[in-house]
Write a new protein. Structure first.
Length: 135
């Protein structure tokens, strides 16, 4: 506690990641489970257990990710997870092939695999631009 010009000043400890009083943290808008962001996690695509084939409902997410990439011109990183590195890469490739089939340039895609317990691929975007609004 300090006194400054007759006023008492109380120190306030703010923990990292906590909201400042009066501020509300907003989640990014979502369409069909896809975060509409210029940078960060876009979505994850789930795979059936012990399978490298895209799961039900993943097509809609991949279409939305391709649309987001087309609007922002960002670079997509697809990280596949699986019980082996080969399975993880196969999952990342399955998602990347879907994106390429929808018009995303291979130059705007990076893929990698990580061994893990998750049956999914996570898609990130970076370097996106704010799309210009039609006049």
């Amino acid at each position: 506690e300090r006194k400054t010009a007759g006023n008492t000043v109380q120190p306030q400890v703010i923990t990292p990641g906590s909201a400042v009083a009066g501020q509300v943290r907003r989640e990014p808008p979502k369409v069909d489970g896809v975060n509409i962001v210029r940078s960060g996690v876009v979505t994850s695509v789930d795979f059936p257990k012990d399978s490298n084939a895209l799961g039900a409902g993943s097509g809609r997410k991949i279409v939305r990710v391709a649309q987001l990439q087309g609007a922002t011109k960002g670079t997509l990183t697809v990280i596949g997870y699986g019980p082996t590195n080969a399975a993880a890469l196969a999952r990342a490739r399955a998602v990347a092939n879907g994106l390429i089939n929808l018009g995303v340039s291979g130059a705007k895609l990076k893929i990698t695999g990580r061994v893990g317990r998750h049956d999914r691929a996570v898609i990130y975007i970076s370097g996106g631009q704010v799309p210009k609004r039609p006049q």
